[in-house]
Design a protein around this ligand. Sequence first.
Ligand code: 5FU
Length: 276
Amino acid sequence: MSLAKLSYAERAKRHSNASARALLEVMERKKTNLCVSVDVTTKSEFLSVVDVVGPYICLVKTHVDIIEDFDHDLIEKLRELSVKYDFLIFEDRKFADIGNTVALQYSSGVHKIASWSHITNAHPVPGPSIISGLASVGVPLGRGLLLLAEMSTKGSLATGSYTEEAVRMARANKNFVIGFIAQRRMDGVGASPDESTEEDDFLILTPGVGLDSRGDSMGQQYRTPKEVIVDSGCDVIIVGRGIYGKGNNLDIQTVQAQAERYRTEGWNAYQERIKG
Ligand code: 5FU
């Protein structure tokens, strides 16, 4: 049976990585495949958005380096909210350096990402050593890594043999690599004809999701939850501005209504996929 037809609960039982299992379990428990990307630049806006979207999401995606008044109190409050509302945390750090450097960037510095982020991600561009560098920090903590196999932007270079090589790198490191940032399922991608990949269960987390717009003026491209979940077989929809808006004034009621809307669209699409 294709993995896209299995329920999140069934897939959780088969997963050995603690973060992948926890994510699939929370998706099933809260009936949501929505990840909100909270790309705002102040601590108070960040916490307001997370507090209002918390009930509707499985995962919060952060870019902590854009928060002007970042401090560890923010992380403590984010952790409290993640317990209160039952969601995981994904720092979208997009590591891209040599193993030794990424291990330091992941564990140390101002942000100490590995100490609070269940999931993070990396560009495969440096080759497999980026995975071993990050794994030296993340595996002992039970963390999970996503590789950027594709991107949502117009003209992305992450296509063809680059994407295939990313999937091969993931297959060789299944204890730590739990899936991909990608625009479609990656089952069997880059495998040789005699290679069995049926047991692989890589999660596909997909940015570039919007219901009211097809893109922005800086190369972003949007597809609907149905296109992403049903047509392309992805697992988690990542939504930013579609939920928290574009201007400087956060309208918390609208943020809540949009989170509810995307959660419903994403979950209905998943149910259509597993039943169809
Ligand atoms: F890897 C990627 C990608 O291919 N496209 C993305 O948009 C990551 N992203 C992130 O998802 C990006 O950095 C934003 O944080 C978020 C999308 O935000 P939007 O407001 O929904 O466009």
